[in-house]
Design a protein around this ligand. Structure first.
Ligand code: ADP
Ligand code: MG
Length: 394
């Protein structure tokens, strides 16, 4: 009976996930901070509207002076799989991803990205503030907690899981171990290896066997510490590097004899702001080029996957090469596009929304759902029309 129950549970879960699509994009607008609202210059916020009943639409607009001096309002509408308004709580956001997180326990590979300019709320979304209260915890600690809980509940169905965690930084197209015992050692070289079994490993990297949620909290703290030690200006550095947290889940069922291997990757991307290349030289120039290249490459990879292109350019950046086995195929991808409500960030926000739209508009899930809805409406209309037409003739 447990075998049957397991099959049904998995099938139901997978059907729901498939309906939602393998690539999803969520937009999250951060609130104005108290220090921003204290300083007048910064408080000017862009006009943002959230039309539609389903919480999927956002309208972004600015008011510009035309040559004649009259006010013209330009409205930029976007639709995503979900839009989170500034008032959304971490809990609300997690609720929308918790099923996806669980699918790693069923053997899926999952990637959750946070994309956006520096200061738009990526780290807040993924990790939450340092020493966060339960309420303000971000997606990484919430995901881990939920995985523990679910794994525990599945014990009664014969499942036992081992969980391993890694945390790396990709900076200037090279990988650094954020869990190294001697701090951040950037002289150490780490190579990416893809095994024949679809398993990705990084050479010489710290892997922590996670036996309790407390171990995960300690791991996150250590990563944050190593990051800050590696640089005098932590924010400077973290905005120029991608941070990839990887959780490997290997399950075995003693009753049904099944086994599963899933991977959950949570990625806090480098800031997407277009740093001016003109003035930059040396290290800064290299950094800028590396970020631009890897972010556009990530967009290209997701685009190629969603379009079912035969060639997916995974090898064009370290980030996509590392995540190759967790992007495409059966894998599930979710991208948060984090945006700032401030008028001073308007242009960058528009760029982020456009990047996300490129990734989103081609996603099979959403596109198919829309196409199905459209053809259904057409069918009804045609049927109705022919009926009316037919009725008229008689
Ligand atoms: P990023 O990682 O994209 O550079 P942060 O996550 O560090 O941006 O966010 C910038 C600031 O805004 C931080 O002080 C953070 O605590 C705050 N912040 C971001 N998003 C939210 C949110 N949803 N609710 C409350 N504060 C937020
Ligand atoms: Mg950050």
């Amino acid at each position: 009976r447990i075998r049957e129950e397991e099959t049904i549970r998995r099938r139901l879960h997978n059907t729901i996930q498939e309906l939602k699509g393998n690539i999803r994009v969520f937009c999250r607008v951060r609130p104005v901070s108290s220090s921003e609202s204290a300083s007048k210059a910064e408080t000017t916020t862009a006009l943002i509207k959230y039309p539609g009943q389903e919480g999927r639409e956002i309208e972004f607009s600015n008011s510009t002076e035309s040559a004649r001096g009259s006010q013209i309002e330009k409205v930029y509408p976007f639709t995503f799989d979900k839009v989170f308004q500034p008032s959304s709580k971490q809990e609300d956001v997690f609720e929308e991803i918790s099923q996806l997180v669980q699918s790693a326990l069923d053997g899926y590979n999952v990637c959750i990205f946070a994309y956006g300019q520096t200061g738009s709320g990526k780290t807040h979304t993924m990790e939450g503030p340092l020493n966060a209260s339960r309420e303000s915890m971000g997606m990484i600690p919430r995901s881990v907690l939920q995985i523990y809980e679910t794994a525990k509940a599945l014990e009664s169905k014969g499942w036992s899981y081992t969980m391993e965690g890694q945390y790396v930084e990709i900076y200037n197209e090279s990988i650094n171990d954020l869990l190294g015992s001697d701090g951040l050692d950037t002289t150490r070289k780490h190579e990416i290896r893809h095994g024949p079994n679809g398993k990705t490993t990084i050479t010489d990297i710290t892997t922590v066997v996670l036996t309790s949620p407390e171990k995960v909290a300690a791991l996150l703290k250590k990563a944050a510490h190593n990051r800050s030690v590696g640089s005098t200006q932590m924010n400077e550095r973290s905005s120029r590097s991608h941070c990839v947290f990887t959780l490997r889940l290997a399950g075995k069922n003693s009753i049904t004899d099944e086994s599963s291997e899933g991977v959950l990757n949570l990625i806090d991307l480098a800031g997407s702001e277009r740093l001016s290349q003109s003035g930059a030289t040396g290290d800064r120039l290299r950094e800028t080029q590396a970020i631009n290249k890897s972010l556009s490459c990530l967009g290209d990879v997701i685009y190629a996957i969603a379009n079912k292109d035969p060639h997916v350019p995974y090898r064009n950046s370290k980030l996509t090469y590392l995540l190759q086995n967790s992007l495409g195929g059966n894998s599930k991808t979710l991208m948060f596009v984090n945006i700032s409500p401030l008028m001073s960030n308007f242009n960058e926000t528009l760029c982020s929304l456009r990047f996300a739209t490129k990734v989103n508009s081609c996603t099979i899930g959403t596109a198919t759902k829309r196409a199905v809805a459209r053809s259904f409406t057409e069918k009804i209309t045609n049927t109705a029309n022919s009926y009316i037409g037919g009725a008229k003739q008689t």
